[in-house]
Design a protein around this ligand. Structure first.
Ligand SMILES: *Cc1c(COP(=O)(O)O)cnc(C)c1O
Length: 367
């Protein structure tokens, strides 16, 4: 007789591949006895959170016994002012991960298909599979989202197209013209979700946000997060900008208290700290140039990035490189899970972190 779960659980759960998160700092300390560990695996901001966000959290500590504002009223007001949209255009989630789940719960039935690039952010597939929908992964071309190929893959049953722009794990963007051509040929009942988690890092003038298409009346959702440049990953908060109609629908499946009070307060305060944003961007730019230079000296090929991480080919088994960096207290992400067995994805850190990573990588590759 088959086990209880096998007989009773929804069949969809057996097809799920668990998400592989960046290895936690505490785990490396525990398992390897290393004291000083740096994580360059999850694209967190090496400067940490804005001091204003920390103050906002301090100010909330007397109210921990009060439920959060279900509607995130104050944060939505701030976002509405920043973007010059109405509060009704926003959905706030417990990380943009939660928004991806809510979007799937709102729109995906078992007969539906979604399309995304590969390799790209794993959650598009995960959330679709949970809902029993079908997935089509379209290979990147030259490490970039291949929008013509995605266009060609669209069928009658295509419900959602996810465009990760810039793309994680490759750091590349699709250009304004590429998106223009894609959107022009798109059936108007296909929802396009632009995942712009690294939007604030982009420097390329050819970039265009999906917001452009919201303005032009398309059915799109633009996702942004406080986890990356805003340095609030631990709090779990992200937002979507979309039509009031879509926002209202997604709200129906949302838990009433999905975003905690500390996250709401910290996010609102972080939005005001343009200085912190600017410093984070500058530090990233310096780190990027340093790492490019060092990779070039080492003869390693890398994908030029519009984000705070770099996909670099070490020419060695990435698991070996990963395992040899760990005892040195450096955590990176391996490329094998993305289909690139000799590449790693490294987050651009502080100058000291970048140097420490490079020194150790050099030593490993010289062996
Ligand atoms: C980090 C990341 C997210 C998730 O962000 P959270 O707001 O922390 O859930 C979403 N999309 C991409 C592409 C990411 O890299």
């Amino acid at each position: 007789m088959a086990g209880f779960v096998e007989r009773n659980a929804r069949k969809e759960i057996f097809r799920l591949k668990p998400y592989v998160p960046g290895k936690p700092i505490e785990e490396v300390k525990r398992e390897l006895g290393v004291e000083d560990v740096i994580k360059m695996a999850s694209n967190e901001n090496p400067l940490g959170a804005s001091p204003r966000a920390r103050e906002a959290i301090q100010a909330m500590l007397d109210d921990l016994h009060i439920y959060p504002d279900s509607n995130c009223y104050y944060l939505k007001q701030k976002l509405a002012a920043k973007y010059e949209y109405g509060a009704e255009n926003f959905i706030i989630g417990n990380g943009s991960d939660e928004l991806l789940r809510l979007i799937a719960e709102t729109f995906i039935s078992p007969e539906d298909q979604v399309i995304f690039g590969h390799p790209s952010f794993a959650e598009y597939e995960f959330m679709t599979m949970i809902m029993g929908g079908g997935c089509q992964a379209v290979k990147l071309a030259d490490f970039k989202y291949d929008l013509p190929a995605i266009q060609a893959a669209i069928t009658e049953s295509t419900k959602i197209v996810y465009i990760c722009n810039p793309n994680n794990p490759t750091g590349t963007i699709v250009s304004r013209q590429e998106i223009e051509d894609f959107m022009a040929g798109l059936r108007d009942d296909v929802l396009v979700v632009f995942d712009e988690a690294y939007y604030e890092y982009v420097a390329d003038p050819l970039y265009q946000s999906g917001l452009e298409y919201l303005e032009r009346g398309h059915n799109v959702i633009v996702l942004r997060t406080f986890s990356k440049i805003y340095g609030l990953a631990a709090l779990r908060i992200g937002y979507g900008i979309t039509t009031p109609e879509i926002a209202e629908a997604v709200n129906r499946v949302r838990e009433p208290f999905n975003v905690n009070s500390l996250a709401q307060a910290a996010a609102a305060a972080a939005l005001d700290d343009t200085e912190h944003l600017k410093r984070s961007r500058e530090l990233n730019q310096q780190g990027k140039e340093y790492l490019y230079q060092e990779f070039e000296k080492m003869g390693l090929s890398y994908v030029p990035t519009e984000t705070n991480f770099i996909f670099v080919d070490t020419g060695r088994d990435c698991q070996e490189v990963f395992q040899q960096l760990l005892p040195q207290g450096v955590i990176v992400r391996t490329g094998d899970i993305f289909g690139y067995p000799t590449s790693i994805r490294v987050t651009i850190g502080s100058q000291t972190e970048n140097q420490r990573f490079i020194e150790n990588l050099k030593r490993i590759l010289e062996d």
